[in-house]
Write a protein that binds this ligand. Structure first.
Ligand code: FES
Length: 339
């Protein structure tokens, strides 16, 4: 049966199809609520169920605890209504016409950025529009119907000429990424769906921004920074990029170049397992370097992308020092969907 979802926040309504999650129905209706993984892992789509009942679906406890559920929270990427429901959720206004599309694409170019990181440029059909906001991600569809999610590292205006840029980290034993490193070649045909996610710049230019990237969490951050600097080269951004070793900072020279080109851009690479004796930069985990540098985050917007453990550490530590949850934006990579 179809049910109606009403968002108490703005009074807007949309209908779900039988078995459809609230988020899928909203996206089909071109509405964007905050969301990330679409698989019940990141918790970005958590909001309040005001009335009505739902099937809560499958999710991880750390995305929605029993206490939160008892307090009336739900994950709209997993919840399917069992009757008409009222939710209370922020709707994200993008000011852009973003439609989720399924498209064929070809590998236009492959470039090895590190032993375990490949940069892919995907060529999209010339006759098809593909709009996205820097920081969003796409799903690559495998023949058996499985999907793998990857952040877009490029700007919309670069796609026609260069293709859609992805940074793919090798997950040994995985189903998709080993093929990228061994067997996949230029001109191979793939299928994608997207764009997805709400990890995009939502900050006022006047508020300084802290960005924290872990590993290939640099990919969406590259999209965000290039977009921000395109809008205003005086944007104040401090990027912390956490990696194991120096070779894992696979576009270190690009981040350093931003630091020399933009007056209000700072770059702090952070190594957790540095083996190079000549490394004089920050060591430890990325969030440790951030809190070593700043005492109070009440005046900052914070963006974090990378593994859930890093994103959670950033959220926990910075919120103890004044960061509000509304000014925290994150893209928590679920490696189960990236292997
Ligand atoms: S838990 Fe719903 S989008 Fe991640």
């Amino acid at each position: 049966m179809s049910f109606t979802v009403t968002n108490q926040r703005n009074g807007e309504q949309f209908d779900t199809r039988p078995g459809e999650s609230i988020l899928d129905a909203a996206l089909r209706d071109n509405r964007i609520f905050p969301y990330g993984c679409r698989s019940g892992v990141c918790g970005a789509c958590k909001c309040e169920l005001v009335s009505g009942s739902v099937d809560y679906g499958d999710y991880e406890d750390f995305a929605l605890s029993d206490d939160e559920k008892a307090a009336g929270k739900l994950l709209i990427c997993q919840a399917t209504p069992l009757e008409d429901v009222v939710i209370d959720a922020d709707e994200v206004m993008t000011g852009q016409n973003i439609q989720i599309r399924m498209l064929p694409c070809r590998i236009g170019r492959m470039e090895r950025l590190a032993d375990d990181v490949m940069r892919l440029y995907l060529t999209l059909p010339k006759s098809q529009e593909f709009n996205f906001i820097p920081g969003q991600y796409i799903d690559l569809l495998m023949k058996d119907g499985q999907r793998r999610s990857f952040s877009i590292a490029s700007q919309p205006q670069q796609v026609r000429e260069d293709g859609l840029e992805l940074h793919i980290r090798l997950v040994p034993g995985g189903q998709f990424t080993p093929r990228v490193f061994d067997g996949m070649k230029e001109r191979d045909l793939l299928r994608l769906e997207g764009p997805f996610g709400t990890y995009f710049l939502q900050s006022d230019v006047d508020r300084p921004v802290i960005m924290v990237a872990g590993g290939t969490g640099f990919a969406p951050v590259k999209g965000l920074i290039e977009h921000a600097m395109d809008e205003d080269p005086n944007y104040s951004i401090h990027l912390f990029w956490g990696a194991r070793d120096r070779k894992d900072l696979y576009l270190d020279s690009l981040a350093s170049e931003w630091a020399s080109r933009y007056q209000n851009f700072r770059y702090t690479p952070v190594l957790s397992e540095s083996s190079s004796a000549d490394w004089t930069g920050a060591t430890g985990f990325a969030h440790e370097a951030v809190i070593a540098e700043y005492d109070d985050f009440s005046g900052h917007d914070v963006y974090a992308s990378g593994p859930p453990v890093m994103v959670n550490a950033v959220r926990d530590h910075l919120s103890k020092r004044g960061m509000s949850i509304e000014s925290f934006h994150f893209d928590s990579f679920d490696f189960a969907h990236q292997d």
